[in-house]
Ligand binder design. Structure first.
Ligand code: F3S
Length: 74
């Protein structure tokens, strides 16, 4: 099942460091937003707006569902 997630300016991309198994799929799909460091994916942009990747596709491609969109605190 595929979920649609609507990203707004108050949403932020995060990687659950406990869940990430370091497969590297996110970095392969969008090296402008994700980078592997010490075997775990890091988000290297505060938000991915304006970057030419399909963030939803990257989120759906993570095998352990470690990539999340979370509400930013105001
Ligand atoms: Fe980790 Fe998922 Fe990326 S396992 S390396 S966050 S695709």
């Amino acid at each position: 099942m595929q979920l649609l997630i609507f990203k707004t300016k108050s949403m932020k991309v995060t990687v659950d460091q406990e869940a990430c198994i370091g497969c590297g799929t996110c970095e392969l799909m969008c090296s402008q937003c994700f980078r592997l460091e010490d075997g775990k994916a890091q988000v290297i942009r505060d938000n991915c707006e304006g970057v030419e990747c399909d963030l939803q596709d990257v989120i759906d491609s993570c095998p352990v569902e470690a990539i999340k969109l979370v509400q930013e605190e105001e």
